[in-house]
Design a protein around this ligand. Structure first.
Ligand SMILES: [Zn+2]
Length: 303
């Protein structure tokens, strides 16, 4: 069986006017890896690619660490710790940050929310639409964003699921320009092309699609583009094969069976969702489960 622990932000402190960026410190990261190491054996990404069944079938616990979003801090803070413990991890990146020199809308939103309150941002959104919230949507928002209070969960749900991505992009882009310099953020927030080549050479690079959209909500042509473009762009840039991906958001809405089938058609061999769970032989290789690091031993929500 295989247990996967997924990470996003890793930095020494998480302080902002409004708390919108969550993650682990390098110290917490190292401690968790040491705890996990007592529970099983870390595999290399290439082991999964070469023979997934051999990783999934044993009763013993195999472990894998993954990082989403291609953040520079993952390279700067996590990689030295991984090297020290002799662990190889997978880093999933969005090609839009490199090919189009654009900050992903999801990160623009995180940054805006660190300086603007949730209620203020919701007000800006309601100038565009009046977002009626049905009870089942409210429940869904709570279920997805279990680490957020109700204000934040509602806001995130509107942004990620109620607005279509064009609307969301339009609103956020406009706001973002008022407060941030996009090129500056690109350079400080994301891995460099050099970093990508380094990770690819170690067989530790994967795709997180092109633009970080919830694929399941797109039409099939757009899904295909998101998967194919990021694969070929990263392959050309790094002169390597990109056969593993993680789906942005990773929820059941974002990675449907149709999405997984298209990913397979496009040549991906392994795909990761954010459905919590251990993987066994029964799993679709294009829809493997992952735990948020908070849910595993040493994590903030581990009981
Ligand atoms: Zn992501």
């Amino acid at each position: 069986m295989l247990t996967v622990s997924n990470y996003h932000y890793i930095r020494n402190s998480f302080t902002a006017k409004y708390q919108s960026i969550f993650g682990v410190t390098p110290h917490e990261f190292k401690k968790q890896l040491q705890l996990l190491k007592n529970q099983g054996m870390f595999i290399r990404p290439v082991d999964l690619l070469n023979d997934a069944d051999e990783v999934l079938s044993p009763k013993e616990n195999n472990l894998l660490v993954t990082f989403d979003d291609g953040l520079k801090e993952q390279f700067d803070f996590a990689l030295p710790i991984l090297d020290e413990l002799n662990i190889q991890a997978l880093f999933f990146v969005n090609s839009i940050n490199f090919e189009n020199k654009k900050v992903s809308t999801v990160h623009k939103t995180h940054l805006l929310r660190s300086i603007i309150s949730s209620s203020e941002l919701r007000m800006k959104l309601s100038e565009i639409d009046n977002f009626d919230f049905l009870e089942d949507e409210m429940q869904r928002a709570r279920a997805i964003y279990i680490y957020d209070d109700e204000d934040n969960a509602t806001l995130k749900y509107i942004l990620n699921f109620k607005l279509n991505y064009k609307e969301q992009e339009f609103i956020i882009e406009d706001l973002f320009k008022k407060y941030f310099n996009e090129l500056e953020v690109l350079e400080t927030l994301y891995l460099s092309e050099q970093n990508l080549k380094y990770l690819a050479a170690k067989e530790c690079l994967g795709s997180h699609t092109h633009s970080h959209y919830p694929l399941g909500l797109l039409n099939s042509d757009d899904i295909k583009f998101e998967l194919a473009n990021s694969k070929s762009y990263l392959e050309n840039l790094t002169d390597s094969k990109i056969d593993i991906l993680s789906y942005p958001y990773g929820t059941s809405e974002a990675c449907t069976k149709q999405v997984a089938d298209i990913a397979k058609d496009e040549g991906y061999k392994i795909g990761f969702t954010t459905t919590r769970g251990i993987n066994t032989l029964a799993e679709n290789h294009l829809l493997l489960n992952r735990f948020d690091c908070n849910d595993l031993i040493g994590g903030k929500n581990y009981k």
